[in-house]
Ligand binder design. Structure first.
Ligand SMILES: [Zn+2]
Ligand SMILES: [Zn+2]
Length: 614
């Protein structure tokens, strides 16, 4: 045997791939152990290379774990598009193993679900396309359609992924899937114990499990003969990773679909404007069970009114449950008029401007434009403010007012673990809780069958967010929260907003909103334009600032893309580090990639297609 040379990606390392030698032939994708500066690290065989003119060390040994070609290709795409080393991208993936012999496939008995005519039509439409968007209201039976799709895949000997936000992976969902697919289905999430994780992986590797339901990370599992990926709640931001590499699981699913001929079904009651514009739409307009909904619009800001308290009383005595929504309070840093909902918007970027109290300015952190903090509301003259009540205060107020009711808080402060989430949902399902007061968590697809009153506070704050998707987020929340009420019987939705027309206009007409939103964003934001955010962080503020200027002038020399702005990030300091950002824009994705690649010297983090601008 002659010595061969291989390029090895270093797993999980922010380092370039290195060349090592081995006495034998190696398969691409094999996981190997290699020495690196006196330590032993894991690497992945990428390709064979010519004998280099420098001396190299030997690969120590070869493991029985390996990545399949699709994983190598996906990792390569992630490292190019989201900017990281290939070893970091491969670290996301779960390898295949030579140690698990394939179990014999047991026959699958199709589920006995009978689809309604509109579900049946949607089912057939989804099957006629490689990728499509199932745009269907809450309660229209999306899950039944998915189950039929999984049925079909199983009958053909394939496997499927069912992606959903982690918070939707409840025991109810698990029971429901197990009722149809028995041991062929597994749930995958970040909180599995090590032994449970191992046993699920074993079942995936030997092929006993053919359907996996899980959050974004399940996209990287070693599935056998993958034929279908369903991305439910495709509009949800939890599909986007918050750390390097900042990939978007929905977009990666679509990439896999194209590369490996896997069918992709995106699903949502409130699809993102981007998916709405880009994919063939399979539409169900009517919910399965049609119930009547009454909408009441009230002015004011984030607080309970006497009318709301009366309605709560009335619904409670009629045996109904109540949910109350408030937007999260974290990082609340923008100005807002309590009286007329005026918020200071950037004249150039059409997004809310952030408040910088010490510098006495409001500033747009997309483009950097700043102006003096107005002392009173420019529109109505009343006092302008920047604070408001949160879930805890509302719970307190309610408890004082309704001492006989059970009122629970439902947000990230109180629901810190999966078991707490489960407990809260169980209590609510058993009607031990009368009123649930929560944040965005309330909107995430849980079934509350006896909710007859939904109160939505503070939507105007969402509209004032310094985020180009503020309007979409407000509309989506409105529809999702209202959709939680009246699943089984008539319901009332009270909406507190000083901009009632913006919401009334689109009740039952989400398409109309999306169409107008696309016009609103044209030439400014996705999907017609692409954005990329470069993030700088340093304990030394002057140093970070200098880095920003240096990279900015490099980009300017390129001239290929627009620099929307460069300067301080909205959250100026996290964990002792000063934060700066540069926002880039282009109508061509390839141009953005070219420029970022050319200036990327490791001094900043790259966020392609950003959804978080904090
Ligand atoms: Zn005002
Ligand atoms: Zn601006």
């Amino acid at each position: 045997m002659s010595v061969k040379y291989y390029e090895i990606a270093l797993l999980g390392k922010k380092l370039f791939s290195l060349t090592y030698s081995y006495e034998d032939s190696l398969n691409f994708g094999s996981i190997v152990n290699v020495p690196l500066q006196k330590r032993k690290v894991k690497g992945v065989v990428l390709r064979e290379v010519e004998k280099p003119d420098f001396s190299v060390v030997d690969i120590e040994n070869v493991e029985s774990l390996y990545y399949q070609e699709w994983q190598l290709e996906l990792a390569s795409f992630i490292s190019t598009y989201y900017r990281c080393q290939i070893g970091e991208a491969l670290q996301l993936m779960v390898p295949y193993s030579h140690d698990y012999p394939k179990a014999d496939k047991t026959a699958h008995t199709a589920s006995d679900i009978v689809l309604s005519p509109s579900q049946e039509t949607a089912f057939k439409d989804l099957l006629s396309r490689d990728s499509s968007l199932l745009f269907a209201p809450t309660g229209s039976g999306k899950t039944e359609i998915y189950i039929k799709l999984f049925d079909k895949v199983l009958n053909e000997g394939g496997s499927a992924l069912f992606l959903m936000p982690e918070i939707s992976l409840t025991p109810q969902m698990q029971k429901r899937l197990e009722a149809y697919f028995g041991e062929k289905v597994a749930i995958w999430h970040s909180k599995l114990t090590k032994s449970k994780r191992q046993s699920v992986l074993e079942s995936i590797r030997n092929g006993t499990v053919s359907i996996v339901a899980g959050p974004r990370s399940s996209l990287f599992l070693p599935m056998q003969n993958l034929k279908l990926i369903v991305v439910d709640e495709e509009h949800d931001d939890s599909y986007k990773a918050h750390n390097r590499p900042r990939y978007h699981a929905r977009d990666l699913a679509l990439w896999i679909g194209k590369q490996s001929k896997v069918r992709i079904v995106l699903g949502s009651a409130t699809p993102s404007a981007t998916s709405f514009a880009k994919f063939p739409i399979v539409r169900i307009t009517e919910p399965y069970i049609k119930t009547k909904k009454r909408y009441i619009f009230e002015g004011g800001s984030c607080s309970l009114t006497s009318n709301m308290l009366e309605e709560i009383e009335r619904h409670h005595s009629n045996g109904g449950q109540v949910i109350i929504f408030l937007p999260t309070r974290a990082n609340f840093k923008y100005l807002y008029c309590d009286n007329c909902s005026y918020s200071v918007m950037c004249p150039f970027c059409s997004v809310g401007m952030s408040l910088h109290r010490f510098r006495k300015v409001v500033q747009c952190h997309y483009c950097g434009y700043a102006e003096k903090i107005p002392s009173s509301c420019p529109k109505c003259g009343s006092i302008i403010r920047s604070d408001r009540i949160g879930t805890a205060e509302v719970v307190e107020q309610l408890r004082e007012h309704f001492s006989d009711m059970n009122i629970e808080q439902f947000d990230k402060d109180t629901i810190t673990t999966a078991s707490k989430l489960q407990k809260a949902l169980n209590k609510f399902a058993k009607k031990e809780t009368d009123i649930l007061v929560g944040t965005q968590m309330l909107a995430k697809g849980h079934d509350y069958s006896d909710v007859t009153l939904a109160i939505i506070l503070g939507l105007d704050y969402i509209l004032a967010l310094p985020d180009f998707r503020a309007r979409e987020r407000a509309q989506s929340l409105f529809v999702q929260i209202a959709g939680r009420a009246g699943r089984a019987r008539e319901a009332t939705v009270i909406v507190q907003t000083n901009q009632p027309y913006f919401f009334k206009e689109y009740i039952g007409k989400y398409e109309k909103f999306l169409q107008e939103e696309l016009v609103y964003r044209e030439g400014l934001y996705p999907p017609s334009m692409y954005l990329c955010r470069l993030l700088f962080a340093s304990k030394n503020e002057a140093k970070a600032k200098a880095e920003v200027d240096r990279i900015k002038s490099k980009i300017e020399k390129f001239g290929l893309v627009e620099i929307v702005g460069a300067g301080k990030a909205p959250i100026e300091k996290i964990a002792g580090k000063f934060r700066f950002n540069i926002l880039l824009r282009s109508s061509k994705r390839a141009d953005l990639m070219r420029v970022v690649k050319a200036v990327d010297d490791g001094s900043f983090e790259v966020d392609m297609d950003p959804v978080d601008f904090a």
